[in-house]
Write a protein that binds this ligand. Structure first.
Ligand code: SF4
Length: 212
């Protein structure tokens, strides 16, 4: 009996050491990617982030580093992996989802079952982006609520998606698209919040026109 407990204990210690070693390796790769913008062993990195996210974040906190770097790199990594498949989809098969918080606070657009219907009044940059994207063949939606994207995916079955949002929204959105086998690109807001949020519009235009 003692031998069994001894072997069991030894196994647990070895497993914990392996998890720690892989997490440290993953954390180093994440730091490298965050600083350089390059990805080394992208799929391996994605697996380590997916399986060991909480351990890696704990290591960042222990080292007094910003744990949100893990999510940031995770999003960029998913974009990097998805991009090849995304680019194979014609513009007419792609949808764009923009959060309503980027609109002007004086937005006159009305809420409809297809989201908030931008009328291109010129009070914010959404109208121009919509016109440009629709001109290329995209379907463009201003998201009105949390279940909106799920509903639109179910209704129209888009072949590829570009989504804008805060870190949590992009993470959940990428997971949702992955579960529907839809290649998706996530663009983070440069200032998140409930109103008057901002994004890098050039980045969005680059993604829309396949220049990213
Ligand atoms: S451009 Fe569109 S989204 Fe922006 S304020 Fe006007 S109607 Fe609203």
């Amino acid at each position: 009996m003692d031998t069994i407990f001894y072997l069991l204990g030894k196994g647990v210690v070895i497993l914990a050491l392996i998890i720690l070693a892989v997490s440290i390796f993953g954390a180093v790769l994440i730091l490298y990617s965050f600083k350089t913008g390059h990805f080394f062993a992208a799929r391996l990195m994605l697996i380590s982030i997916s399986l060991l996210e909480s351990v890696i974040k704990a290591l960042f906190l222990l080292a007094r580093a910003d744990a949100s770097m893990v999510d940031d790199v995770g999003i960029r990594l998913r974009n990097y992996i998805n991009r090849k498949k995304f680019l194979r989809i014609p513009h007419t098969g792609r949808f764009i989802f923009i959060p309503q918080c980027v609109r002007s606070v004086d937005c006159p657009a009305k809420l409809t079952p297809e989201g908030i219907k931008c009328i291109g009044c010129g009070r914010c940059d959404v109208g121009e982006a919509k016109k440009f994207a629709e001109g290329l063949g995209y379907r463009f939606f201003v998201v009105s609520g949390s279940s909106f994207i799920k509903r639109i995916i179910k209704k129209y079955r888009p072949e590829a998606i570009i989504g804008v949002g805060c870190q949590l929204e992009i993470k959940e959105g990428l997971d949702l698209c992955h579960s529907h086998d839809i290649p998706a690109i996530g663009i983070l807001l440069t200032r998140a919040g409930c109103v008057s949020t901002t994004l890098d519009w050039n980045k969005l235009y680059d993604e829309i026109s396949d220049r990213a």
